[in-house]
Design a protein around this ligand. Sequence first.
Ligand code: ADE
Length: 429
Amino acid sequence: MTFEVVTIFPEYFESPLKVGLLGKAIERGLIKVRLHNLRDFATDKHHTVDDKPFGGGEGMLFKPEPLFRALETLKKQPPKPRIVYLSPQGRLLTHEVARELASCERLVLLCGRYEGIDERIREHFVDDEISIGDYVLFGGEAAALVLIEVLSRLIPGVVGCEDSVAKDSFADGLLKHPQYTRPRNFLGYEVPEVLLSGNHAEIERWRRRKSLEVTFERRPELLKKARLTEEDRAYLKHLKRERLRLYLALVHYPVVNKEGRKIASSFTNLDLHDLARVARTYGLKAYYLVQPLSDQRAIMEELLAFWLSGPGARHNPDRAEALKLVRLRRSLEEVLQEIREAEGQPPVMLATDARPLRPALPYEEAGRIIRSGQPTLILLGTAWGLAPEVLERADHFLAPIPGALDDYNHLSVRSAASIIVDRLLREVV
Ligand code: ADE
């Protein structure tokens, strides 16, 4: 595979192309990297390659003419190259994109600097635009090196042991399992016993499971595209059952009314049914209704009895299955104690509030807490929201569900809860 790098800093590449497996691959002729100084394609005596942007603004841009001449010169030589421009606006470099590019015999890597290149070059003379991540570098040189390194690993013979490339993170869509070396005991931290057993089948099984665990915890979205066996799927199912220790509490006291005064709210039958169905569908362990008022509790109990053991249960057993998750409790204290006893530790409390008053924990991070296996309780308020004394006890706040067009976000608590649970477990279900 041949890389033709167009840059104003050819010297940038000197030592990285000499060292390690990349240096060896070049020495052995498995890959070729040719460096082209963009300034050599400028025609004025100062070798000017940049100019000010039309319309004003910060910084300089690469002019089109030197770039055009460089590309035309390289295109004249066979085999026909694919022209790749490295820029933060490009498509993200992933293992799949790397595989696609590795099938090209010859790549021209165009390294931008300053504010980028004239748009007409990008639009009419570039085949592909690649970004190595959502951040901005001084220029495309570091990105070109990353691309050269990533693609080289995929070329047969570059990495001595092909098996090790096949087992890289992402090779089959999963992150890599943890690895250990000597000593067996380091500051009291032991190497997992199975790795010392000499039982290769067991070791492979352990590694595969760890790969699945690490991917599930850190990058669950990768699992959707990963190549999984039936055994992998069964293990993931087991992992979900073991890790998802999620609870929901719909609080009727203490909440606040429109004037911000502390009240107890009355109960809504729709909340009972709809949130129980959400809880069952998304694998929650229990759905608590916190209600200290005895007349309200009596209505709730009667309804639950109808669906759990009365005519409702016979008529609609699926509904009974969902409503079995409902726990009617007098106070949040009772809920917390019950979860603590069941789980052996207090839950992480995630409070929700329709008002964006507090710094919020991103849903992705909250999802990670849940997937790590910590018991977690989502607190939802009825009426005008949870009372300050409840909010203060929470470990984190989840951002309100915003309206799509403006600030209007008057969702019912059950709608908001469904969306919140889906956002938290989106990658898991
Ligand atoms: N040039 C500057 N930032 C870059 C990035 N993130 N990826 C590729 N090229 C770049």
